[in-house]
Design a protein around this ligand. Structure first.
Ligand code: ARG
Length: 564
């Protein structure tokens, strides 16, 4: 039962207006003395030509109240509704018990495909904390949409094509050592890549060599492609270690190279549609009328670009997945890139340009300044995750050395802390990475939520089979309990809001709110020592909260250990 929807339906019927309009207008009063829902009547004053309080009073007389509404009161221009709390408690708790991990799900997305392009690191470059954001935000957006019934396709659009690989091949042929590359992986590739840049400053002809290697790659030269493939495999091995640790996976690894043989057709199409013009030897799409710099499609040396591959990929994805939306999660500094090529898609006459969504996030910097792979100013993902697990293991060793399965729990909590920290603030906010903050478990953090849930689980374990929803709901009507139940009731709404705004922090904040409300409930209401009727009822609340906390954390990609 959706109380708000039922009240809206009753109001709509009695006023003979559209139910969705009523639903959108209903508010939650600022304090409990004013009831649970309020309908503002001033918006009707104009059409009904009456003072709002009078409209509210007449509505109160007329409306056919659903059974759970105990009382209505006219407060100013509002008609306020007081619900019968035990009916509310029964409705929600029973639903959570029945639906278990499906509670909060919906089917709004049924039959619709959503492509989510996330993480998408560049191969042969270290996987650093800057990539954490795209990875965890994308993973959460994926899970949130899945929860709402969408069919999601997660794509890792690897940066595995472009002139930089010509440079890497050149560097390898000059200074590389196969054994070292096998042994040290990306860090060795990075070393020779940086060396290339240093040397090219002294000897610019190296740039020409690099360009010719990339041209060879584009033309299918065997030696060039074998080396490139090897660099890619080495990089992927390292990336996959990080993905496994984070519990993140993809449905497709079609990266930029995947589009190598598909770009020519798109370039032809751009020509046919008279969008491609020559400019200083390069081919561009002019965007002056749209107040943007031109979108570069082909370089002077014939090479294609990042945008060329994105346009080609979008068309491919539309044809392959017939997406309802294609969502791209990258740092905010790519806004112009996406605005430009989204515009090109529109100019090509594709009306699905509106289904392309760029979801930007704030930049990560270090306390020592901007992240820069070239200058070695990076924090590697693997180091961060290992450190988080190590620190958690030390805390467990100190506080709860007999905990079963402690290595696994240290992973769940340490990694959970890192993910939750990233997802707790609005995504657009810039982040200054700090080891101390990232690994602090105080306050509104992942471990705080996990710990509360573990405590709930421990109460449930002690209670054993006393936990059922066959209880007397009339004992669940005190304010603190009602607050918890209201939060449980709004779970689906919050998930929907997170999806609408592409904002996982709506879920992480919700999870923290529920945790705080539950801790208050737990503090104010004795559970195991209460009389049988009350104990059973409160245990049901504990179980429902634990179930929803677990689901909420799962949407963020955070695990919920039962003991910690
Ligand atoms: N590889 C890019 C980077 O590291 C991100 C790619 C995002 N996805 C896309 N389709 N452009 O900045």
């Amino acid at each position: 039962m959706d109380f708000k929807a039922e009240i809206a339906a009753a109001i709509a019927q009695s006023l003979e207006i559209d139910v969705n309009e009523v639903l959108g207008a209903i508010e939650i009063p600022p304090n409990k003395d004013m009831g649970d829902y309020a309908y503002p009547c001033f918006r009707l004053a104009k059409t009904l030509r009456k003072a709002p309080p009078l409209i509210a009073a007449e509505l109160a007389e007329k409306v056919q109240l659903p059974s759970f509404v105990k009382e209505t009161k006219v407060i100013g221009a509002y008609l306020n509704f007081f619900t019968e709390k035990s009916v509310f408690a029964k409705e929600i708790i029973t639903k959570v018990f029945e639906e278990k991990e499906n509670y909060g799900k919906s089917t709004v997305g049924a039959g619709k495909n959503i492509v989510i392009d996330y993480s998408s690191p560049n191969i042969a470059k270290p996987f650093h904390v800057g990539h954490l954001r795209s990875t965890v935000i994308g993973n959460a957006i994926y899970k949130i949409h899945e929860f709402l019934g969408y069919n999601c396709v997660g794509v890792n659009h690897l940066g595995d094509w472009g002139t930089q690989f010509g440079k890497l091949i050149t560097a390898y042929k000059l200074w590389g050592d196969a054994e070292k590359v096998e042994k040290d992986g990306i860090s060795e590739l990075m070393r020779i890549y940086v060396l290339f840049h240093d040397e090219a400053e002294k000897d610019p002809s190296l740039e020409d060599t690099a360009r010719s290697w990339f041209v060879k790659m584009q033309d299918g030269d065997e030696e060039a492609l074998t080396l490139w493939k090897w660099f890619k495999d080495i990089s992927l091995k390292e990336f996959e270690r990080v993905y496994n640790t984070l519990g993140v996976s993809f449905d497709s690894y079609a990266g930029e190279s995947f589009y190598n043989d598909k770009m020519a057709a798109v370039v032809d199409e751009l020509k046919e549609k008279e969008l491609l013009i020559e400019s200083n030897g390069a081919m561009i799409v002019d965007l002056e009328a749209d107040k943007m710099p031109p979108c570069l499609i082909i370089r002077t040396d014939g090479g294609t670009l990042y945008a060329t591959r994105d346009i080609t990929a979008a068309i491919y994805r539309k044809n392959t997945y017939d997406f309802e939306k294609c969502i791209y999660i990258t740092a905010i500094d790519q806004i112009l890139h996406f605005s430009q090529w989204f515009k090109v898609i529109e100019k090509m006459g594709y009306d699905w340009n509106k289904q392309l969504v760029h979801v930007p996030f704030g930049l990560v910097s270090l306390e020592s300044g901007k992240l820069s792979t070239r200058k070695g100013n990076v924090v590697l993902m693997e180091d961060l995750l290992n450190e988080a697990v190590k620190k958690t293991a030390a805390i467990i060793e100190e506080k709860n050395p007999d905990l079963p399965n402690k290595e696994e729990v240290a992973k769940q909590v340490g990694i959970g802390a890192v993910i939750f920290d990233d997802l707790y603030n609005g995504r657009i906010k810039d982040i200054v990475f700090s080891w101390e903050k990232m690994l602090s478990f105080e306050g509104e953090t992942g471990p705080y939520v996990q710990y509360t849930n573990a405590r709930a689980c421990s109460v449930l374990r002690k209670a054993g089979d006393e936990v059922t929803c066959d209880i007397d709901f009339s004992v669940l009507t005190d304010d603190v309990t009602v607050e918890v139940i209201k939060l449980l009731a709004s779970f689906n709404e919050k998930v929907q809001e997170a999806a609408d705004k592409y904002e996982p922090s709506v879920v992480s904040r919700y999870v923290v709110d529920l945790t705080q409300a539950f801790n208050k409930f737990y503090h104010d209401n004795p559970i195991l020592s209460a009389d049988e009727k009350t104990r059973k009822a409160r245990l049901a609340v504990v179980k429902a909260v634990s179930s929803v906390l677990t689901s909420g954390l799962a949407l963020l990609g955070v695990q919920a250990p039962e003991q910690m």
